[in-house]
Design a protein around this ligand. Structure first.
Ligand SMILES: NC(=O)c1ccc[n+]([C@@H]2O[C@H](COP(=O)([O-])OP(=O)(O)OC[C@H]3O[C@@H](n4cnc5c(N)ncnc54)[C@H](OP(=O)(O)O)[C@@H]3O)[C@@H](O)[C@H]2O)c1
Length: 429
């Protein structure tokens, strides 16, 4: 074993960073044996230097992250600050000064992954980010390396623990959205401002990263269609139950049937209770991958939290250190397929539409005609009437999102349709 240690600069020492430092210290001997050289924490950049940080040598703490990454003797920079700046500049500066980088930063990788990979490649360095998608769950490396010989056709994931906690609560207790969100906040599963989670921004960043890797193509954050889950109601869950389904916020990355394009989207969807993703409870994450040769695979585990996320960061750190000792780099960016990203209108799936209608003869026929005129075939219809008003639940066969939008617009124009109460896509069948 080499005795000269590999030097690691830790940028950020919060929820994730403090656990990375703790594991580096407590597992130092094992990590050294696995890498083939000791790893030394050479500096820790933070914003508030006076905060007490258990287990961290205060002499290592600095507020000058730029000076730390410019030192020139750093082998690996671990970026767990988050956000776009200063993380982006610090990472590119790290490459310029000879370091490889491990990051947990989904927002940055989803936005600037291509440029960061290019910067890494230019300097002959590694950029690893297993922790950026689904926390502890090994996903990036299996997709990038273990499945490099296969052809992935679809990735269907629960990649946000906060929203899964809320939806699971609504499902199991009958609670409304706000009540479930309040509980998630009280238990620390939701941030004070939950927008990034409940509006699907966090999941969309992960969908962009996953699609890029799965399909060897460039998929940007702006290419991902996004709908949050704040409009999901207890009534939607009741309807889902009647269909033998539950509701999940899904990140869905798909290769088109003709193989010539891809789509990436995040929205709430009904999935059958028999689908493996339906049994993912609480704040857990899971990603279901469908590929040509392997068939169906599911990756499951904790998608967040300091210690689980640090597990993924440490796995990357070991890999990058090994590459470093071997004078090599691991697999980098792969976007050679360059498949275009199709708009949401071209996505084909099934729909569950709930309508408030007048309870009088001929309404059903009128509604069915609208579906037929737009080429959307109906699978089942359920009607309940009371005091001159009725609710009509229509489940369609597979149709394009554009056709469904046409149906909904036309339905809104009918005077017998009082309102479109909800539209939910049905996935995983
Ligand atoms: N938390 C999770 O469960 C989780 C899961 C997966 C991925 N991630 C990702 O991991 C990253 C870190 O998340 P986190 O939850 O650990 O965040 P956090 O608890 O807010 O910690 C952020 C750390 O960065 C430091 N920092 C902020 N601005 C800085 C600056 N300008 N210069 C130097 N240091 C600065 C903070 O310093 P102070 O300590 O002085 O405030 C803090 O130590 C993010 O990209 C996040 O998306 C987190």
């Amino acid at each position: 074993m080499r005795t000269r240690p590999l030097k690691v600069a830790l940028l950020g020492c919060g929820v994730v960073g403090s656990e990375v430092a703790r594991i580096m210290t407590t597992h130092a001997a094992d990590l050294a044996a696995r890498i083939g050289a000791p790893v030394e924490l050479a500096g820790v950049a933070v914003r508030r230097p006076d905060r007490v940080r258990a287990g961290i040598d205060p002499s290592l703490v600095t507020t000058d992250a730029t000076a730390l990454v410019k030192r020139g003797d750093i082998d690996v920079v671990v970026e767990v600050i988050g956000g776009i700046e200063p993380a982006r500049t610090l990472i590119t500066t790290a490459f310029q000064h000879g370091a490889s980088v491990v990051s947990a930063n989904k927002a940055l990788i989803a936005q600037d992954g291509a440029a960061l990979h290019a910067a890494a490649e230019e300097q002959g360095r590694d950029l690893y980010y297993e922790a950026a998608v689904a926390g502890a769950i090994p996903l990036i490396r299996p997709l990038r390396e273990s499945m490099a010989g296969d052809k992935v056709n679809r990735v269907l994931g629960i990649v946000n623990g906060t929203t899964n906690f809320i939806l699971d609560k609504m499902d199991t207790t009958g609670a409304g959205y706000q009540e479930a969100l309040d509980e998630a906040t009280a238990l620390g599963y939701a941030e004070a401002d939950p927008t990034a989670d409940v509006e699907g921004f966090d999941a969309a960043a992960k969908a962009a990263i996953l699609s890029g890797i799965a399909f060897h193509s460039r998929v940007l954050l702006d290419d991902v269609y996004r709908e949050g889950m704040t409009e999901v109601t207890a009534a939607d869950f009741a309807s889902a139950k009647e269909m033998g389904c539950t509701i999940k916020l899904l990140a869905i990355c798909e290769r088109a049937a003709d193989g010539g394009s891809v789509t990436a989207r995040v929205h709430p969807a009904m999935i059958p209770l028999t689908h493996p993703l339906a049994s993912v409870r609480g704040a857990y994450n899971a990603v279901f991958v469908e590929s040509e040769a392997a068939g169906q695979l599911m990756f499951y585990g904790p998608g967040a939290g300091g210690s689980p996320t640090a597990s993924a960061v440490l796995g990357d750190l070991v890999a990058v250190c090994r590459n470093r000792l071997a004078g090599a780099t691991g697999p980098g960016d792969s976007a050679y397929a360059a498949l275009p990203v199709s708009p949401m209108g071209e996505v084909v799936t099934r729909y569950h539409i709930s309508l408030d209608v007048a309870d009088k003869p001929g309404v059903l026929a009128q509604v069915a005609t609208v579906f037929a005129e737009h080429g959307v075939s109906i699978d089942t219809v359920r009607q309940q009437g009371k005091d001159g008003e009725a609710s009509l639940v229509v489940v369609t066969h597979r149709a394009s999102d554009a056709s469904l939008s046409g149906v909904v617009e036309a339905l809104r124009g009918l005077d017998t349709v009082r309102g479109v109460a909800s539209i939910m896509r049905v996935e995983g069948e």
